[in-house]
Structures are given as structure tokens and as C-alpha cells.
Design a protein around this ligand. Sequence first.
Ligand SMILES: *Cc1c(COP(=O)(O)O)cnc(C)c1O
Length: 359
Amino acid sequence: MQLRIPGPTPCPPEVLQAMSRQMINHRGKEFGELIHSVTAKLKDLFQTKNDVFLLTASGTGGMEAAIVNTLSSGDRVLAVSNGFFGERFADIAECYGAEVKRLSFEWGEPVDPEAVRQALKADPEIKAVLVTHNETSTGVTNDLGSISTIAKGFDKLILVDAISGLGSIDLPVDAWQCDVVITASQKGWMVPPGLAMVSVSDKAWQAHAEAKMPRYYWDFTKARSYLEKGQTPWTPSVPTFFGLAVSLDMMLTEGLPNIFARHARVASLARSRAKSNGLSLFPDEKYASNTVTAIKAPERLNVAKLLQILRDEHDVVLAGGQGNLSGKIFRIGHLGWVTEDDIKEVLEIITKVLPRARS
Ligand SMILES: *Cc1c(COP(=O)(O)O)cnc(C)c1O
């Protein structure tokens, strides 16, 4: 099977095998060694010296953790959004009582850093900026380096949903001064769902000390004090830790620059094959993501039918559009355990079945 959705992604056999072993005591010495080693390797791959925590949750749990640990009800927040996941980040902040100002861009367009500057200039009360690095719903990667430079120029806290980009697309967390950065095991990390990984900067800790949003399961103070003992506050997804220990070693062996280059090659192949087969990309190629390719549904194409034929007859699983984009685009995930040959094959099959998927 070719599971080519932007998460969950396929897992190498070594990872699956590691996950099938017997459980261990999550308050014992062996788990302590495991969590310390996994955390140290994650810091390398996050390119950070900040704290990194592993939360047993999907990515959205990590997004909620970022918000409730650094903000108080009534805080003004600039939610920069250019898609489905940007809106989700804003919704979570709103749900906990933040005064959210949305800076929204057309879906398929990138965030304009200059508009972020204008919004911050216009409203000095803003405390934090929420932003999506790689907008999975539209296949757009935002210019996070410029956005964070601007946010830091105004001394704002910057919380980053990097769920579908970190470990696949370059995001130097410390160099770009990102305060909380979130990712999740089932995206570029080649591991099943189960863990959200978050980094927390000194500035985020300062905000945390004053933040009053209610939190219990997500509390970073608890996460930090348990990590000192080689534990997590609550029972962790132990099998996902086993899998991650293996996948992180694979990633460190390949090396970050090579991983980024492989994702760039695979994505470039996906885009060029799509175009040479007469398909159009949804976003402008300048901003197209290296982890997910969004393709415009040609006139008269029935996306649901296309996905069904691919799944039933070829064991290829792709994603449709989310929210407003349902029926208008389809998406190929190419992050984590993926090669150029995988994507060549997927594009060949798409081209073959396309004529039969008209409505
Ligand atoms: C997948 C994803 C999420 C949501 O993650 P879940 O693990 O489904 O909670 C959030 N943001 C982005 C950008 C994603 O790609």
C-alpha cells in the first residue's frame, strides 16, 4: 500500500518492530534512560537548546498546550492564518478566552510578513503571535524566518504550529527565536500517532510564570519536573517512544541537511510530474510545501471518485481538501519515510486513472 496522506505517514519496518515489544514500567530506570535519550535527539533535530517535552497526544494537544501554558484569558493574540490549521490555532486560543485578532489570508496564498508587521504596529497590546509554518490544508509553507524576525522586533511571544514541517523542512528553532514549536509523531517523524513534541524557550517560560489559563494535563511545569526524574506526569504512549527511539536514530544517521534535501527533491518531482500531466498546482509554486502537494481538481473531476479508485484498485491513499476546499483539491503527502520512486509511482497511477474519475 502507498499511504500518501500528510499524516499518519508510513513507518519503516524497524520502527514497527520496535513498537511490538513488551511494555515496561514508565516509572522505572529503563524508561528514564529512554526519555532522556529521545529528548536529547529531538533537541538536535529541532535545532534548539530549549526544553523539549513529549506529550501523549496528537498534534492538536500540543497546540492547546502551547496556548494554555503561555497565555491568560483576555490576552490579545494575533492569529495569523492561511488555512484550516491556522484557523484551528485561533479557535483554541478563543476557546480559552484569549482576545483573538485574526489576520487571515486567502487559502492557497502564503502569509505576507509585511501584513504581520502592520498588524503588530497597529495594536501594541498584542502579546503573542500564532502562526502555522507549513499549512497542510493548502500545501503552502510560510516564510517563518521573516515572520518571526518581525514578531521579535516587536518583542512578541511566537507560538508555531510546525506539526507537518518540523524534521522535514528547515526550521532552526533557536536561530528563528521561536518560543513554542509544536510537531507530532505521525507526520515527518516516521512513527505512528501518539506523541506531540513541543519546545519551550526562556521567554515562553517567563510567559508561563504569569499565564493563568486553566491547565492540568498540559502543564509544562509538571512536564519539566517529571522529566528531571526521567518520567512524564501521566502514563505516556510507551510504544510510540519505542518507535521514536528508532526513527530518531535513522534521522540522525541520514542527517538533517540530507533529510531536507530529500524532501525538496521528492516535492519538486511531485510538482513537475503533476504539471507535465496537465494538472495545476493549487498554491503558487514559489510557496509550495515540500511535505504536501495540493493539486487543483481539473474541471469535471470528481475528487471523491478519484480517491476511491486509487484506494480500491491501486492501494494508493491520498487526501482530499479540508473545509472549503473539499472537492476542489486533492493532496499528496510526501513526508517522513518517502523516496522519489514512491512519488513517481503515485503520479503515474494518478495519471492513468484520472480520465475515469470524471463526474
Ligand atoms: C496534522 C496537523 C495538525 C493536527 O494534528 P492532529 O495530530 O490531527 O491533532 C495541526 N496542524 C497542522 C499544520 C497539521 O499538519
